[in-house]
Design a protein around this ligand. Sequence first.
Ligand SMILES: C[S@@+](CC[C@H](N)C(=O)[O-])C[C@H]1O[C@@H](n2cnc3c(N)ncnc32)[C@H](O)[C@@H]1O
Length: 228
Amino acid sequence: MQKDVSHIRSFVIRQTRMSEYQRRSFETLYQGYSLLCDDEKSTRKQILSAFPGCDRLVAEIGFGMGEATLELAEKFPETAFLGIEVHKPGIGKLLGELASRSITNVRVIREDAMVVFERMLAPAVLDGVHVFFPDPWPKKRHHKRRLVRHGFTAMVGRALRPGAYAYLTTDVRDYAEHMLEVIGTDDEFFENPSGGFCEPLSWRPRTAFERKGLARSHEIFEIFLKRR
Ligand SMILES: C[S@@+](CC[C@H](N)C(=O)[O-])C[C@H]1O[C@@H](n2cnc3c(N)ncnc32)[C@H](O)[C@@H]1O
C-alpha cells in the first residue's frame, strides 16, 4: 500500500535575499497580477475573463525566475499563462519583467501548487500544464517531497480538459523514471504518445535550472502526455 504523503510540501521557503527591484516589483505589482482565491473553485470562463484576447489556458508549476514563462507568453500572445510559484524573489523578478515589457497574458499565484489544483481550479479548466525541472530532492530520505508523486497525476489530470497536455522535464534520471512510473499507474487520466521519454518540443524554452544541469553535463528527460 502507498504511504499517504499528500500533506508533505515539495518546497521549503528559503530566506533568500530579494534585490531592491524584486522587492519593489513584488510589493507594487503582485495585487494587480494575481488571480484566484480559495473560497470558490474558478471556472475556465471566470479565469479567461481576466485575459482579454486569450482562448487557451496553460498553468506552469514552479516557474522559478520566470524566464520560460516570459518567453512563452511573448511567443503565444493568445494563450493565458497561470504561473504558480512560492519563491518570492522569482515572483518579484517575473512581475517586474511583465510590467516593463507590457505583457498582459500572464497572471501569478503565490501558493503551493497542490493547494491551487485542489482548492482553486474547477475540473477541466486547463489546456496544458508545464512542470519544468521541479526540485529534484536527490537524497533518498527526501524523495517523499518530490512534487510528482502518487496522487499528482489525478490532481493535475482533473484540472485538464480532454485532449489537453502535461509537459514535464527533469535532469535527474531516477526522478524521470519515477515520473513515468507514477503516470503509468494512473492511466485513467493520461496517455503517453511516445511510450516513454520524448524529444524536446521545439517551442520549449531552456530554463535557468536546465542551464545549470547542462553545465554539469546532465542529460535532460522530457515527458509529454495527453489527457484522455
Ligand atoms: C528547481 S526550481 C526550477 C525553476 C524553473 N522551472 C527552472 O527550470 O528554472 C523548482 C521551483 O519550483 C518551486 N516549487 C516547488 N514546489 C512547489 C509547489 N508545490 N508549488 C509552487 N511552486 C513550487 C520552487 O520554489 C522552485 O522555484
